[in-house]
Design a protein around this ligand. Structure first.
Ligand SMILES: Cc1cc2nc3c(=O)[nH]c(=O)nc-3n(C[C@H](O)[C@H](O)[C@H](O)COP(=O)(O)O)c2cc1C
Length: 366
């Protein structure tokens, strides 16, 4: 139950952190799209642990295999089955958590709900599952490339703990150049020292990630139950450790007046143009053709080296230190995951739009 998302482009993920493998079954993929494992690996390598000292040293190859739905390098229109083997499951790192509930983790809720759990790790709640989403997102990107090549999806970090980027220094090219996927080079430099000190102290910190979808046509979404913003928010909120999601101005919109918040409309040479984008590219659940902007907050990694109070399964008071290999800021590896979720949602809505309305927006202006 509840392992799938998407309406037409439907992704079901399966597997746990300490099983032999995990993966995704991707249904609704149009036929004739070029697809191979190398294309997907590119995206998985960005999420992969152990890329630098700021991410967990768990050494997963995260090698993806395509088991079905592709013939001679093209999708066949049948379900695409993706599988990633778990190769570095060191269960001994997790010995203590069999009996004690780790604060900030899903151990206690998982146990209360199911009354059974694999004590070696987070099981289905482990962020290992996000590897499957990234693989599915890679499929979505290839389909988008074929159907809507102008669509571009970029994620980046705008805040680490108390430190925020300076938007005046925003540089798209910088995102790929630093380990934090941040567009502000100066921020990247100061975050390195800040995070290193936290890492050495066995502590952790939260982050804010922004994902921008450029080049999406106007008309994606629906006015009520399949609002584009509803689906994007749900997709981002479903990522491990995400505690807040905003579209466009988000929470800050509450502080604006109607005059300030109005994205005024004028007629440009190729159609309507907006003076600003407080709406984050979505009005009434439907894309405007502007950049679609979604932002999410990731909480600090719960696994830290300072002992925290908890209880055992028997209800006895206890202390726990979560040893093992953990990211000091899970927000870093959440960037490619957010991008993948955005790709899946945007493609899903593109396919929905084509099914109901056809190619492109139907209404004409001018
Ligand atoms: C890419 C990624 C990697 C993560 N790695 C860790 C980790 O190493 N240690 C940890 O305590 N939490 C990690 N998390 C967060 C936990 O998976 C998450 O906090 C936990 O499952 C409880 O779910 P919740 O925070 O959404 O309530 C990670 C999250 C993401 C997105």
């Amino acid at each position: 139950m509840m392992n799938s998302f998407g309406h037409v482009f439907r992704v079901t993920t399966w597997g746990e952190s300490h099983g032999p493998a995990l993966g995704a079954t991707v249904d609704g993929v149009p036929p004739g799209v070029k697809l191979d494992a190398v294309m997907l690996q590119h995206w998985l390598d960005r999420r992969k642990p152990g890329q630098n000292k700021f991410t967990t040293q768990r050494r997963e190859a995260d090698e993806v295999r395509i088991l079905s739905g592709v013939y001679e390098g093209e999708t066949t229109g049948t379900p695409v089955q993706l599988m990633i083997e778990n190769t570095d499951q060191r269960s001994k790192d997790y010995g203590d958590i069999a009996e004690k509930f780790r604060p900030g983790h899903a151990d206690i809720t998982y146990w209360l709900k199911y009354g059974i759990r694999d004590p070696r790790g987070g099981g289905r709640s482990s962020a290992r599952e996000t590897a499957a989403r990234v693989a599915a997102g890679g499929v979505a990107r290839e389909v988008l490339k074929a159907l809507a090549p102008e669509v571009e999806i970029r994620g980046y970090m705008t805040r680490m703990g108390i430190h925020e980027i300076d938007r005046a220094r925003f540089d798209w090219d910088e995102i790929e150049r630093n380990p934090f996927w941040t567009p502000d080079q100066k921020a990247a430099e100061s975050w390195a020292g800040y995070l290193d000190a936290l890492r050495k102290a066995g502590s952790s910190v939260g982050a804010v990630i922004e994902v921008v979808v450029r080049g999406a046509p106007a008309g994606l979404g629906a006015p009520v139950y399949a609002k584009l913003d509803t689906d994007l928010a749900a997709a981002m909120m479903s990522i491990n450790a995400v505690k807040g999601v905003e579209i466009g101005e988000g929470m800050q919109a509450a502080m604006l007046t109607g005059e300030e918040n109005a994205d005024e409309i004028a007629m440009g040479p190729d159609g309507p143009v907006f003076s600003s984008n407080h709406a984050g590219g979505i009005l009434g659940g439907i894309s405007t053709g502007q950049d679609i902007v979604v932002r999410f907050a990731v909480k600090p990694t719960s696994s830290i080296l300072t002992p925290r109070k908890t209880i055992t399964r028997a209800g006895e008071p206890a202390e726990i230190v979560t040893k093992g290999r953990h990211d000091p800021c899970v927000g870093i590896r959440a960037v490619p995951v957010g991008e993948a979720m955005a790709a899946c949602v945007v493609l899903d809505h593109l396919l929905l739009h084509r099914a109901q309305v056809g190619e492109g927006p139907r209404g004409r202006i001018g």
